[in-house]
Design a protein around this ligand. Structure first.
Ligand code: NAG
Ligand code: NAG
Ligand code: NAG
Ligand code: NAG
Ligand code: NAG
Ligand code: NAG
Ligand code: NAG
Ligand code: NAG
Length: 466
C-alpha cells in the first residue's frame, strides 16, 4: 500500500525528482572536481614536458685556505652558491640544518668571515630582484632567519622533535625549480671558510630538479605539524627512483640520476630511501667503493645503545661476495670521534684475508687546531664513489642519523669514458687526492683495541698492500 502511494507520489512529482537528481549529480561531480584539483598536501607543479634533458654539473668544494690541497677541477663552494643565486629569476628554496652565515667569531680571519656575510647579504637582496626566498628550518629562534624574514623571506618551521624525535640535517637548494645544490655544507660561515666541504651543483635541469622540489614541498607543508599525514598527496610522489632512474645528459655525457631521502617516514610513494640508495650503489660496484664521511658508527643510540647493522652489513656482503673488490674508507679524526668507530673499522678490515680476496683500507683525515682552539679543516664530506656511481648525501654514516634525521641524497651513474670528464671520474679523482694528501693517516695498529691486535700480526701488509 505504502509502496503504491510513494510510487504514485513519484509519478506525480516526476519532474521535481529528476531535477533534484540532476542537482545531486552536479554537486557530486563538482565536489569530485574540486578534490582532484585542490590537493590538501599538494603543490603546483612545473611543466617538465620538454623532453630533452641536458644539464651542466659542477662539483663545489670548500678547501680551507691553509690546507695544502689543490682543487683545480672543482669550483669554490662560495663562488658556486653565489652563482646559483645570480641565476635565480623566480624562486630560491633552501633547507639547511644551520643558519650562521653572520659570524660572531671576532678572532677569525676577516677573509674567512666574509664569505658567509656576502652570501647572507645576497640572500637578503633577493626580494629587491623580485625573487622569492623560501626557507625550511628546524631552528625556532635564529636571529639570522628573523633578519631574512624581515627582508622578505618566508620561513617554515619544521618541528622535527615532534615529528620523528630527530633533527633536520637536510642541506639542499632548489633555484627556479631547475638548478640545484646538494652537499655537506649548510648555511654556516665555517662551511665557507674553515671546514672541508663537498657538494654538487646542477644547472638547467628542470627534469631532475622538479623531483627535488617535491621533497622541499613535503617539508614546506609540514610547517608546525606535530604528526605526519597517514597518506601523502600524490603530487609528492617521487618521479624517479632506484628502479626508474632519470636518463639525462650531464655535461654532454649520458647519465642516470635520482634522489633519495631519509627518514623512512618522509619517503612518499616511489621515493627511494637513503639506505636503499646506498645499498644499490654498493651492490652495483664492481671494482672499488670509496667512501668519504665524517663519522662511521653502526650504532643506534636513543633510549639505549644498540648495534645498527644496516650499512656495516652492506659493506661486509660486498667484501665477501664480490671478487677483488677494493673498499677505502676516509673518516674524520677529531676529538669527538667515538672510540668504537675504530673497533668497527678494524672488524671490517679483519674480514679480508688470503682466502677472501678483498681489500679494506681505512684512513683518518686529521683535523687541525687553530691557535684559538677552533677546529680547522675538518673533513665534512659525505659521499661514496664507485666505478659506476656516486652518492652524495647529507647524513653521517651513523645509525641515529639514518633513523631519526631528515636528509637527502643524489645518485648519479655514468659509463666511464677515457677522458676523466664524468662526474663519477671527477669524484674519484677528488677522493684519491684527499686519500693521498698528507692529512690522511692510515689506521695504525697501535690504535687498535687490545682484542684486535692478534689479527694485526697476521696481516703485516695491512696498510699499503695495494
Ligand atoms: C651581523 O653581525 C653583526 C655583528 O654582530 C651585526 O651588526 C649585523 O647586524 C649582523 N647582520 C645581520 C644581517 O644579522
Ligand atoms: C631567542 O634569542 C634571543 C637572543 O638571540 C634571546 O634573548 C631569547 O631569550 C631567545 N628566546 C628563546 C625562547 O629562546
Ligand atoms: C642554461 O641555459 C641557458 C639558456 O638555455 C643558457 O643561457 C645558460 O648558459 C645555461 N647555463 C649553464 C650553466 O649551462
Ligand atoms: C649514547 O648516548 C649516551 C648519552 O645519551 C652517551 O653517553 C654515549 O656515549 C652514547 N654512546 C654511543 C655509542 O654513542
Ligand atoms: C645533524 O644534526 C645534529 C644536531 O643538530 C648534529 O649534531 C649532527 O652533527 C648533524 N649531522 C649532520 C650530518 O649534519
Ligand atoms: C672525450 O670528451 C670529448 C668532449 O669533451 C668527447 O667528444 C669525446 O668523445 C670523449 N672521448 C671519449 C673516449 O669518451
Ligand atoms: C685520468 O685520471 C687518472 C687518475 O685518476 C690518470 O692516471 C689519467 O692519466 C687520466 N687520464 C686523462 C686522459 O686525463
Ligand atoms: C661541466 O662543464 C663545465 C663547463 O661547462 C665545467 O666547468 C665543469 O667542471 C664540468 N663538470 C664536470 C663534472 O666535469
Amino acid at each position: 500500500m505504502s509502496v503504491f502511494a510513494s510510487s504514485s507520489c513519484f509519478l506525480q512529482s516526476q519532474h521535481k525528482c529528476i531535477m533534484i537528481f540532476a542537482l545531486v549529480c552536479c554537486c557530486a561531480v563538482l565536489i569530485a572536481l574540486i578534490f582532484s584539483a585542490v590537493d590538501v598536501w599538494g603543490d603546483d607543479e612545473d611543466d617538465i614536458a620538454e623532453g630533452k634533458c641536458t644539464c651542466r654539473v659542477v662539483l663545489v668544494e670548500n678547501i680551507p685556505e691553509d690546507l695544502s690541497i689543490p682543487h683545480e677541477d672543482t669550483v669554490s663552494l662560495a663562488a658556486g652558491l653565489r652563482e646559483l643565486l645570480d641565476k635565480a629569476h623566480r624562486s630560491v628554496e633552501i633547507v639547511s640544518p644551520w643558519w650562521a652565515l653572520n659570524s660572531t667569531e671576532y678572532e677569525s680571519k676577516p677573509t674567512q668571515v666574509k664569505q658567509g656575510q656576502i652570501l647572507l647579504h645576497q640572500l637578503m637582496r633577493l626580494q629587491s630582484r623580485s625573487v622569492s626566498l623560501k626557507v625550511v628550518s628546524g631552528l625556532t629562534n635564529s636571529s639570522e632567519l628573523k633578519a631574512l624574514t624581515k627582508s622578505g623571506a618566508e620561513v617554515h618551521y619544521l618541528n622535527m622533535k615532534a615529528l620523528i624525535k630527530g633533527q633536520l640535517n637536510s642541506s639542499f637548494w632548489v633555484v627556479d625549480r631547475k638548478h640545484m645544490y646538494i652537499g655537506s655544507a649548510g648555511m654556516d660561515w665555517r662551511s665557507l671558510s674553515t671546514m672541508k666541504e663537498l657538494g654538487i651543483i646542477i644547472y638547467n635541469c628542470s627534469c631532475l630538479v622538479s623531483d627535488l622540489h617535491k621533497i622541499f614541498s613535503l617539508y614546506w607543508q609540514l610547517q608546525y605539524k606535530d604528526f605526519l599525514p597517514s597518506i601523502w598527496s600524490k603530487k609528492l610522489n617521487a618521479l624517479y627512483n632506484r628502479d626508474n632512474n632519470l636518463q639525462l645528459h650531464l655535461n654532454d655525457t649520458e647519465a642516470k640520476a635520482y634522489f633519495s631521502s631519509s627518514p623512512d617516514v618522509f619517503c612518499t610513494k616511489k621515493r627511494t630511501k637513503d639506505l636503499e640508495a646506498i645499498n644499490r650503489v654498493i651492490q652495483e660496484a664492481e671494482t672499488f667503493i670509496y667512501i668519504s664521511i665524517t663519522n662511521y658508527l653502526p650504532m643506534l643510540n636513543h633510549s639505549q645503545p644498540r648495534y645498527w647493522s644496516r650499512i656495516d652489513n652492506m659493506l661486509r656482503e660486498a667484501l665477501i661476495l664480490k671478487k677483488n673488490i677494493k673498499v677505502r674508507l676516509l673518516i674524520s679524526r677529531w676529538e669527538q670521534t667515538e672510540p668504537l668507530t675504530l673497533n668497527f673499522l678494524w672488524s671490517l678490515k679483519a674480514l679480508c684475508t688470503e682466502s677472501v680476496s678483498c681489500s679494506v683500507e681505512v684512513k683518518f683525515f686529521i683535523s687541525q687546531k687553530q691557535s684559538n682552539g677552533q677546529l680547522y679543516g675538518m673533513n665534512q664530506n659525505r659521499y661514496m664513489v664507485t666505478d659506476r656511481s656516486v652518492y652524495i648525501g647529507n647524513l653521517n654514516w651513523v645509525g641515529n642519523e639514518f633513523v631519526y634525521s631528515a636528509g637527502v641524497g643524489v645518485v648519479i651513474s655514468q659509463q666511464v669514458d677515457q677522458n676523466n670528464s664524468t662526474v663519477v671520474e671527477r669524484m674519484k679523482a677528488v677522493f684519491e687526492r684527499d686519500w693521498h694528501s698528507h692529512y690522511s693517516k692510515t689506521l695504525q695498529p697501535d690504535r687498535i683495541p687490545a682484542c684486535s691486535k692478534h689479527t694485526v700480526k697476521e696481516q703485516p701488509a695491512a696498510s699499503g698492500s695495494l
